[in-house]
Design a protein around this ligand. Structure first.
Ligand SMILES: O=C(O)CCC(=O)c1ccccc1C(=O)O
Ligand SMILES: [Mg+2]
Length: 345
């Protein structure tokens, strides 16, 4: 179980029969491959307070999925804290595409002055990856110009040595930060010291080290990162994510988990509730989907998104309903995730 976050009591989970009765399982096509997948499946929950999403990654077990379910229950049964702003700036998200495809990808993110570029994706050998990653970042710099901000996300794909080498190549293109370059916080702390010693100016951001952590606050103590990525679903909801942001003592970046527009709305609620929002949010990812659950998807316009709840459209839920075996699979996951939640008494 994740360490409880001070000041944020768990929500009382509704009975599992209620959840299942209000669950709609969808399968949405992506515009192009992202993190190895071409389709994203999600459960949309219609609760008394609105719509929530339950879409833990396929490899996650029941305890981890339970956190995502808590976030969906917060959205659909409780709602969110009051917003402090009504729009939030977002980054373009560039999958690990060939450099020549970068302009077409960026065209889906009108007005975005910040791009997040996926690097270190599994598949090719290290030398090929390094060359392609540098070419992709150079192509993004070409489109954004010198004033654009570029961050890279390695999703823990590098060793410390590989990270040091590739970030050395990328630094001259100007990086805002590098997200989860290595798997562990210890590796990131070591990399951070080595980059500083080499005079390579690339701040580090922790994502998986926070979103999958038993203790999401350990990152600060180890001086392993300069920035922390906070995502609503893996951190159990907007309120607990706000508490993590408050307690970690580092600037935060709000990001999504390739959610539908219903899940992204929860991300905008978090971004809108934070006292400080110094970075563009990774919440523009509806642009990576070829279909969504609402006719008014949260697509970036003028480089930002509106803040506020999003309702799923019954006709779209029907049109993109997952096949029966996948519905059964998601119902099983939902039951197993629910069983890990503790009723409040
Ligand atoms: O932050 C963004 O720009 C998009 C979100 C993103 O990259 C992502 C999407 C799904 C799963 C993992 C990640 C990630 O940040 O690692
Ligand atoms: Mg990431």
């Amino acid at each position: 179980m994740p360490a409880t976050i001070p000041g944020v009591p768990p929500l009382d989970p509704p009975p599992v029969e209620d959840l299942l009765a209000r669950a709609h399982v969808v399968r949405l096509p992506l515009r192009r491959r992202f993190r190895g997948i071409l389709e994203r499946e999600a459960v949309l929950l219609e609760g008394p307070a609105g719509w929530g999403e339950f879409a833990p990654f396929l490899e996650y077990g029941p305890a981890e999925a339970g956190r995502w379910l808590e976030a969906g229950i917060e959205a659909a049964w409780h709602g969110w804290p009051a917003p402090r702003r009504d729009r939030v700036e977002v980054n373009a998200t560039v999958p690990a595409v060939a450099a020549q495809d970068v302009p077409a990808v960026l065209a889906a993110f009108p007005g975005c002055r910040t791009a997040k570029v996926k690097v270190a994706e599994a598949g090719a050998d290290a030398a090929t990856r390094r060359r392609e990653d540098v070419a992709r970042v150079a192509a993004v710099r070409e489109v954004l110009g010198p004033a654009g901000r570029i961050r890279v996300d390695a999703n823990a794909g590098w060793s410390v040595e590989e990270a040091e080498r590739v970030l050395g190549d990328l630094a001259p293109h100007g990086l805002e930060y590098a997200e989860q370059p290595c798997a562990t916080l210890e590796e990131m702390a070591l990399l951070r010291r080595r980059l500083a010693a080499a005079g390579t100016v690339v701040p580090l951001a922790a994502d998986e080290s926070v979103r999958k952590a038993e203790d999401p606050l350990r990152v600060a103590g180890l001086e392993a990162a300069d920035v922390v990525v906070v995502k609503v679903a893996p951190l159990r909801g907007v309120r607990p994510a706000l508490a993590v942001a408050r307690a970690c003592g580092l600037p935060v970046v709000v990001s999504s988990a390739l959610d539908t527009s219903v899940g992204i709305a929860a991300g905008t609620a978090l971004a809108a509730a934070l006292p400080e929002l110094p970075f563009a949010c990774g919440l523009g990812t509806a642009a990576l989907l070829a279909a969504d659950v609402t006719g008014a998807p949260l697509l970036p316009a003028g480089g930002s998104l509106p803040v506020g709840a999003v309702a799923a459209d019954p006709e779209l839920l029907q049109r993109f309903a997952a096949p029966p075996d996948r519905v059964e699979h998601w119902h099983d996951r939902l039951r197993a995730a629910h069983a890990t939640l503790t009723p409040v008494r």
